[in-house]
Design a protein around this ligand. Sequence first.
Ligand SMILES: [Cu+2]
Length: 203
Amino acid sequence: MQLSTLVLAALSSLASAQRTWVVSVAQNASLTFSPDRLTVQPGEMVQFQFLAGNHTVTQSTFDKPCQPIAMNSNVTGFHSGFLPVAASAAMGMVPTYTIQINNTNPLWLYCAQGRHCEQGMVMVINEPANNPNRTLENYRSLAAQAQTVLPGGTPGSGGTTGTTNSPTQSGDAATPSQTAAAGMLTAPATLVVLAAAGFAMLL
Ligand SMILES: [Cu+2]
């Protein structure tokens, strides 16, 4: 009895740990993350699927969009680096970058390519519910007046890269994570991020 309860608890925690939200990067070659606002529970994964062009997903603070978070805080943050969409597409794959969310702190994210951030290529995970100033709209407005900084250091830090078989529709679908298990890195405590990069097979 107690044992089966334990097993169930273990199974359900496994299931929630594997839940993966998908964000399409540059869908239809647009300068967008889609969706650009996600609410994610601790333990769940977010997989960025790089569909076109040459982009990154990089963490900033709210107050200094378009700059790596390490420039403006003591948080290391994560940065996917540029993922080789064209090279992957030739192999029928889509490059991915996956992070695990460890708490409900907001994560403000931008693309560090060119002036994409200034042009609005930003998003938020776990937008604060009780702070009318810290909204995605305000972050995007600040970004429009910012200057994009490409992080130094090691690309792919803080996450896991890989590929996936087929791009899923962006939005609310939860899909099994194929890359989560392989490359978990511990993240700064305030951030709560594990990430993985990978590739996915195109249909
Ligand atoms: Cu971009």
